[in-house]
Design a binder for this molecule. Structure first.
Ligand code: PLP
Length: 363
């Protein structure tokens, strides 16, 4: 298998230039002569890494003033808890959740421990093949917040419109499509995304949080689960994952300098998705895409073949051809192609051609 043909659902592919840079940094950073793995999180070198990463993210994502940028641990799963602890506990309101797939179904389970929740839409009866259309959501204007997942990594459905009401705080788990396209951060009160799908290695989770929302947070809370702790300590309350944040910084430089920003990234991602869906759609009886057409994700393509034996054959011959990470998520089985930012257009074209060839032999 080869790095450039890694279509894993997560941790996902990273850009070749970032891997090379990181490799060198593991042995010795050019700036300090020390391995990045032995650098103090209290060093001025690391403070500058944090500051540059934040600056780059602010520029790339267009994060306005009045928003905090935090680097936290515990993955996106801990955000499922941190969010309702701060913004549902004791507030006397109901938190609303859109359940559109495996990940967004997990989030309200944690919120129920903290207060009242309401599922405003549930895609489970339709196997999470589609997303709510605007008229289908009956939202309450006095909800504590509305939570949704912008891209369902497992089922491969992605929102193209932002849901929500103007006066209700909007919270989004963007773990699997952050930085895949330009974003209007001002629509949101809180955004979170772990790094390991589109931004870097596992270990760090990005939180973008509006300051006036933070003022409403419940207290007291356990320090590590209290966003105020991380704001006050500027993301170094305890030992952060120095290496993961360093690689995240390299990825932000790559997005800026090699890709040319998120509009260029989005164009590339669209082209990659077109190649893959094009190959699959040419033989819809053989390649059965899970998502209904208008809701298809540009990041994750979940599909099935006519039977389990053909799927096993697919994975076996794909590995022999150098492709990695094509198994579907254990919750739904089948196959999945993840087209995160670091997957190149060339890699997508190589896979699309191989899909066509596989169908010709086994269809
Ligand atoms: C992978 C994934 C998660 C789980 O993230 P962890 O960092 O492993 O806790 C949560 N939400 C979404 C949308 C995901 O794709």
């Amino acid at each position: 298998m080869r790095n450039e043909l890694n279509f894993s659902g997560g941790p996902g592919a990273l850009p070749e230039s970032v891997l090379r840079h990181a490799q060198q940094a593991v042995v010795a950073l050019p700036e300090t002569g020390l391995s990045v793995l032995g650098m103090s999180h209290r060093s001025s070198w690391f403070r500058e890494v944090l500051d540059e990463t934040e600056r780059n993210l602010r520029a790339l994502l267009g994060i306005p003033d009045g928003y905090h940028v935090l680097f936290t641990q515990g993955g996106s799963s801990l955000q499922f808890s941190a969010l309702p602890m701060s913004f549902l506990r004791g507030c006397g309101r109901t938190a609303e959740y859109i359940v559109s797939g495996y990940w967004s179904a997990k989030a309200p389970q944690e919120a129920r421990l903290e207060g009242d929740t309401r599922i405003v839409w549930d895609g489970a009866p339709q196997q999470y093949r589609r997303l709510p259309d605007a008229g289908e959501l009956h939202l309450s204007p006095d909800a504590a917040y509305l939570h949704y997942v912008s891209n369902e990594t497992v089922e491969g459905v992605e929102f193209s419109e932002t849901p929500g009401l103007p006066d209700v705080p909007l919270v989004c788990d963007m773990s699997s499509n952050i930085a895949s396209a330009p974003l209007d951060v001002s629509r949101y009160h809180l955004i979170y995304a772990h790094a390991q799908k589109n931004l870097g290695p596992a270990g760090v989770t990005l939180v973008i949080l509006r300051d006036d929302f933070l003022q409403r947070a419940a207290s007291p809370l356990p320090a590590m689960l209290d966003y105020r702790t991380h704001v006050q300590a500027r993301s170094v309350y305890n030992t952060p994952p120095v290496f993961a944040i360093y690689v995240l910084m390299l990825v932000t430089r790559w997005l800026r300098d090699e890709i040319g920003g998120l509009a260029a990234m989005a164009a590339l991602n669209r082209a990659k998705a077109q190649l893959i869906y094009g190959a699959l759609d040419a033989h819809p009886d053989f390649f059965r895409v899970h998502a209904l057409r208008p809701y298809r994700s540009a990041m994750n393509v979940a599909f099935q073949l006519p039977d389990a034996a053909t799927e096993a054959q697919f994975l076996h011959t794909a590995a022999e051809a150098g492709f990695a990470g094509l198994e579907g998520h254990r919750s739904i089985g089948g196959l999945r192609i993840s087209l995160y930012n670091a997957v190149t257009l060339q890699a997508a074209a190589t896979l699309a051609a191989w899909l066509t060839e596989f169908q010709r032999r086994h269809g």
